[in-house]
Design a protein around this ligand. Structure first.
Ligand SMILES: [Zn+2]
Length: 831
């Protein structure tokens, strides 16, 4: 065997290749073989859309698994704006969940994940609205940067830039920005500062991934002339994997659990169609890479690498992958001698993984705890084992942060495990574990990321790691592993979690919005949690001077790490209506701790820690309320009852089976939760009882329902037709159609000021046709659209009032929007 010696080069941290701290991948021979084929392919595709779930996993899987291309998905946003089907997290915490779901999806379909700084702020009807809220220049800069960094040969847009208004404004914007970036990424006049970190790049062609959806129906798409389109036959059956391409794509798509996108795979022929937008159309309409050299010849000095790898493929022994190691080591050394170029670090990282897999080389560093604090001594257990006949030594170990422990050279004999103990101190210079895009406060439309190097990186950037320098048959190769935590769960078995650096103390104000509806003092609880043993300090709530607080400061001491204690402050609001942010602060040993810790634990994603400023909104309302007793019938789930209680109402949650004539006679008002008539089957049989309740002189308030199936055709006592009408601009002017109506005057005088400071939207799924018994109260419109008058409809029925409203109370009340409280109080007070 020819021995090649190459020297350990300073290990580069590739920002686009972060290793996640979960179950380590343990590829089998078939998977290793596929990785070798990929190592010998130098072509790439970047797929671009707006949200987690926009991506076409069938196409991503096809490009990655069939074409062996480096395939990226750039989702401009992290999907914060949606609803969460697996738990209570919303907004940026939901974005953290969706980020992880995309990372997990890519592990299945073989793609790589990227994001821009754009925030999914909620629905927008067209790109004008989107780009007025995103910082267009910053998002474009990010798309250009990721293109320059990823260097795709081909770019594919999910959406059509030419049809604004036909889909979500984020979608059309993603296509527009992608087209613009296709040109600008190769122009040094644009974003020249990026060129310190990357280089100009011109993708060869850009496509739009059309489908029947864009044609209105499958039938229309079937009939359409597709002769001008690139046609990829994606219904591949991967014999060696035992799965069809669509089955892999379905497994990937099913990772989107927070969106409820479980997907069943199919088998058989399948087509994807791509419309050329710019660049040169391939003559062969099935060859996306036509005219692009996707071999090692595209790299200077790469030809012999391609030849060697062709041999490795040809000689690969599925019963003994380690037989490929001598040739792979030759490739590794050749790779190291190449001049620096785009592919070198990517391919070095790939081949390191392949060599480890072929030799059964297993390397792991496990901490004794999942959470650690600065200054703590972390004990780690290192495992290194070679499971091949190839001669190997663990020549040196390097840890970040550095350890004082010293290590000899360990001989890694076949199937003989080395267990090594080490200790390291966590310095302040390594920040708390935190999604880097949430460290600084952003705007409604943008995350703030100050370090250009981090743009595009999907995941938390972890800094506590071990580099194993392993000498394999004379060649020393560095292998990097994040330090992880693992334990055995009696039900789940082996569970991996990332190592998190946490503050010594975190606090949490129990209610994130506290409503003061009169001058009375309220009790506010704050929970203190210790990140280490034996902490002692003082807790304070920071409030403006005109708010009274008692006591001013609460001393505490907690003896055990993880221990929690809740303490209480008496808060008295000022006379006038106002809204403030209360901050919870701990002073300990002269240091100030002001963070709240959120732990996100789900089985389908890696455990996530998010740290946010520990604060809550305190709102003194100028509001009058009646003494109505309210029954609330939950729909799909909302926090309106909690807000109503904060306003001072007595609220009872009524189960559908409790809706009886006798039971509801205890109440003055019945409110149905959001989408109740889409989700609560039993309501179909309760309408008579509810309408009689109204007839007898009470009020029933029905909040929004979507156009999905209704549990009953008669949701109101009079005809009413729900539509897609909505007002998404929360700042749109609201006109009063009936200025003298009681609902705008009693007990609170509603003015245009009450529609200021609303969040995300005004309302959705407004009725667009209604019986003349209904009186429309409000009118408003999104830019360029006709006025929508269905936001709040009131009908007299018998002696009572039936109210239908698409106003987003479910969003505005938990956010503490005072005008929404005042309007709701008036609806409840209708006589
Ligand atoms: Zn979308």
């Amino acid at each position: 065997m020819q021995k090649l010696y190459c020297f350990f080069l300073l290990l580069l941290f590739f920002p686009f290749h972060t290793i996640t701290a979960q179950q380590p991948q343990k590829p089998n021979a078939v998977e290793i073989y596929a990785q070798i084929q990929k190592l010998n392919f130098l072509g790439s595709v970047l797929y671009i859309a707006a949200h987690p779930d926009d991506e076409n996993t069938r196409l991503i899987s096809y490009l990655s698994n069939e074409k062996k291309a480096r395939t990226g998905y750039l989702s401009l946003t992290r999907g914060d704006g949606g609803q969460n089907l697996v738990g209570p997290e919303l907004r940026e915490l939901l974005g953290v969940i969706r980020t992880q779901e995309l990372i997990e999806a890519r592990k299945i379909d073989g793609g790589e994940q990227f994001f821009s700084r754009a925030n999914d702020f909620g629905y927008s009807k067209n790109p004008d609205e989107t780009l007025a809220i995103w910082n267009k220049d910053e998002v474009l800069s990010d798309v250009v940067y990721i293109i320059r960094k990823f260097q795709p040969d081909v770019i594919i847009n999910r959406f059509d830039a030419r049809s604004p208004g036909t889909t979500h404004g984020h979608h059309t914007s993603s296509a527009m920005l992608s087209l613009e970036a296709f040109e600008k990424s190769n122009n040094p006049a644009f974003y020249p500062d990026q060129l310190n970190l990357t280089q100009l790049w011109q993708a060869k062609r850009i496509f739009f991934n059309t489908s029947w959806w864009f044609f209105g129906s499958k039938e229309k798409f079937e009939k359409a002339d597709k002769s001008g389109l690139l046609n990829l036959k994606t219904g591949i059956y991967y014999q060696s994997l035992g799965k069809s391409n669509q089955e892999i794509a379905a497994l990937s798509r099913s990772r989107h659990q927070s969106q409820g996108f479980g997907n069943t795979g199919v088998r058989g022929e399948d087509d994807e169609f791509l419309e050329l937008l710019k660049g040169e159309m391939p003559k062969d309409k099935t060859n996306i890479f036509e005219g692009i050299d996707t071999s090692w010849n595209r790299v200077k000095g790469g030809k012999p690498i391609g030849e060697l790898l062709a041999n490795v493929e040809k000689n690969f022994d599925f019963k003994n992958p380690s037989a490929s190691i001598p040739e792979l080591l030759n490739v590794y050394c050749l790779l190291e001698t190449l001049n620096e170029n785009h592919w070198k670090p990517l391919k070095l990282e790939e081949i390191r993984k392949i060599i480890a897999s072929c030799s059964g080389l297993y390397l792991e560093a496990v901490a004794n705890i999942q959470e650690t604090t600065h200054g703590n001594t972390l004990k780690i257990k290192i495992e290194a084992i070679n499971r091949s006949a190839i001669s190997m030594q663990l020549t040196s170990l390097k840890t970040y942060p550095e350890t004082n422990s010293t290590f000899p050279v360990y001989d890694l004999k076949n199937n003989s495990s080395q267990s090594i103990d080490a200790e390291l101190n966590i310095p302040q210079s390594i920040g708390y574990t935190q999604p880097y895009w949430l460290t600084e406060k952003g705007t409604v439309g943008m995350y703030r990321v100050d370090d250009q190097k981090n743009i595009g990186i999907p995941d938390i950037i972890r800094q506590v790691k071990v580099i194993f320098n392993v000498t394999i048959a004379g060649t020393t190769i560095p292998f990097e592993r994040n330090i992880v935590y693992k334990y055995n769960d009696d039900v789940k078995g082996e569970v991996y979690k990332p190592l998190d650096i946490v503050p010594e103390i975190t606090t949490s104000i129990t209610d994130k919005v506290v409503i003061f509806n009169n001058d009375k003092t309220k009790t506010v609880g704050v929970t203190i949690k210790s990140g280490k043993d034996a902490v002692k300090g003082d807790l304070q709530l920071e409030l403006p001077e005109n708010w009274k607080i008692n006591p001013k400061s609460i001393p505490f001491s907690l003896s055990k790490k993880g221990e929690e204690q809740t303490v209480y402050f008496q808060i008295t609001p000022p006379k006038n209506a106002t809204e403030i942010t209360a901050k919870s602060i701990v002073l300990m040993d002269g240091q100030r701790f002001d963070k709240e810790q959120f732990n996100i634990n789900y089985d389908h994603i890696s455990k996530q820690q998010v740290l946010k400023p520990s604060e809550a909104k305190f709102i003194k309302l100028d509001i009058k309320i009646g003494n109505e007793r309210i029954a609330y019938i939950m729909g799909a789930g909302d926090e309106v009852p909690k807000s109503l209680r904060q306003m001072g109402y007595e609220v009872t949650i009524l189960k559908p089976e409790e809706i009886t004539k006798q039971r509801i006679s205890d109440f003055n008002v019945i409110i149905t939760g959001i989408r109740a008539y889409n989700t609560v089957q039993a309501l179909a049989f309760k309408q008579d009882i509810l309408f009689d309740f109204v007839k007898e002189g009470h009020t029933m308030i029905v909040q929004y329902n979507t156009m999905d199936e209704f549990v009953t055709p008669n949701i109101a006592p009079f005809p009413l037709k729900i539509s897609r009408d909505r007002v998404t601009d929360e700042n749109a002017r609201v006109d009063f159609l009936q200025p003298d109506h009681a609902v705008l005057n009693y007990p609170n005088k509603i003015t245009s000021k009450d529609f200021e400071g609303w969040k995300q939207e005004q309302g959705l799924y407004y009725p667009n046709e209604w019986d003349k018994a209904f009186t429309p109260i409000l009118s408003s419109a999104d830019k360029g659209e006709s006025a929508k008058k269905g936001a709040l409809l009131i009908a007299k029925y018998g002696k009572g009032n039936y109210v239908y409203t698409g106003i987003s109370f479910f969003r505005e009340l938990p956010e503490g929007v005072s005008g929404a409280f005042r309007l709701m109080a008036n609806i409840i007070s209708l006589k």
